[in-house]
Design a binder for this molecule. Structure first.
Ligand code: PLP
Length: 381
């Protein structure tokens, strides 16, 4: 967490008061919530009334997908289709699969080898008929390979057909100029812990005219679409973190991009056959998130690399998901056309506001021995 966010969280945590209560402490808590809402709306280019607080990105994505589907389907039972990119985070993917199990159908937008979703692809998908579509959802930036999608163009195509458009901007907000109104999206997800704020708090930005059915029923605290006592300390800390992150975004994105390039160039130069996934151009942070480095190490299991690197003090992720104890290659990499063996050797390194050149150099120094041991473990040496 950013120090200012941590301070705001701590300060607010010792105050009494439910933001829905009418007594003095309750009204003070409500004032904190409403002021935070205004600050968040301002930095994200939205109206305060469009900010619906949630328990994080997962809840916001679920509300966007399931809530919109339920509302659209109730208004017109013919709307049973979702149009979704194949590289979404599980917080979008799994609600979609849930709806499919209930009878919905889905058109997946396949990315290219770089992980980009083509606007023409969406146009073609909708050209054959869009009267059965309830929602189009494409993430702003991918969490595994960092590719940035043409959100405004995609939203415009959805609107040409009168369709609601959702974008998961969890990964984008810290490093890209994300403005809700300008993006054209009807719904947009953000999460606290990707912007230097606390875990377990986030928001769904919802245009005033978007139709949503709530997921959970109760006090109806947030525009009647989200119930639950508001997490006042988390909300205040989210606002403080977002403001600080956006204020330093341009400078920080450049600094982190230079670290990413140092890491990728260093890894490619080790002579280990390593490749970089997605689109990577040194000095570019518009098509790929500046803080995302994603490598494929041939002949290795990502999990072996992860544990060996962890032992060397480098914490990274593989992108694979475990199902019933068996590591599954990432759906993102498979959708981009990587083979299963390639996808199994994936290594994702994320750089953020605490990362330094020393961190990158420590990783590069540890990598050759780690790769050799991982290959040995896999019987490839
Ligand atoms: N969407 C994306 C793209 C993410 O990267 C994440 C988390 O890493 C989420 C959604 C889920 O957000 P949360 O962890 O706040 O539930």
């Amino acid at each position: 967490m950013l120090p200012a966010a941590l301070e705001a969280l701590t300060e607010q945590s010792v105050r009494v008061g439910n933001a829905s209560s009418l007594h003095t402490s309750g009204r003070a808590a409500r004032a904190v919530v409403e002021e935070s809402r205004e600050r968040i709306a301002s930095v994200l280019g939205a109206r305060p009334s469009e900010v619906v607080f949630t328990s994080g990105g997962t809840e916001a994505d679920n509300l966007a997908v399931k809530g919109t589907y339920a509302a659209q389907h109730a208004a017109d039972p013919a709307r049973t289709r979702l149009v979704v990119s194949a590289i979404e985070h599980h917080a979008v993917l799994d609600p979609v699969e849930f709806l499919v199990a209930q009878g919905a159908c889905v058109s997946w937008l396949a990315p290219d080898r770089c992980g980009h979703v083509a606007v023409d692809d969406l146009r073609e998908t909708l050209a054959t008929g869009a009267d059965d579509v309830a929602l189009v959802s494409v993430m702003w930036a991918n969490n595994e390979v960092g590719t940035v999608q043409p959100v405004a163009e995609l939203a415009a195509v959805a609107h040409d057909h009168g369709l609601a458009f959702h974008t998961d901007a969890v990964q984008a907000v810290a490093h890209l100029p994300v403005r809700f109104e300008e993006s054209g999206a009807d719904l947009m997800t953000v999460s606290g812990h990707k912007v230097g704020g606390p875990l377990g708090v986030g928001a769904l930005l919802v245009r005033r005219d978007a139709r949503l059915v709530p997921l959970a029923h109760g006090g109806g605290q947030e525009r009647q679409v989200r119930s639950g006592t508001l997490d006042v300390p988390g909300i205040r800390a989210l606002a403080v973190a977002l403001e600080a992150t956006v204020a330093m975004r341009d400078v920080e994105a450049k600094r982190v991009m230079m670290l990413r390039d140092r890491l990728v160039e260093g890894a490619l130069g080790l002579g280990l056959g390593i490749t970089v996934s997605g689109c990577w151009t040194s000095g570019d942070a518009t098509r790929r998130l500046p803080g995302n480095a994603h490598l494929v190490v041939p002949g290795c299991e990502g999990d072996s690399l992860l544990y060996l690197l962890d032992a060397a003090g480098v914490e990274c992720s593989t992108g694979s998901a475990c199902q019933a104890g068996v590591p599954q290659p990432s759906h993102v990499l498979l959708a981009m056309g990587l083979s299963e063996p390639e996808a199994r050797g994936a290594l994702r390194l994320s750089l953020g506001h605490t990362s330094t050149e020393t961190d990158v150099d420590a990783f590069l120094a540890a990598l050759p021995a780690v790769v050799e041991r991982a290959r040995r473990a896999g019987g490839l040496l």
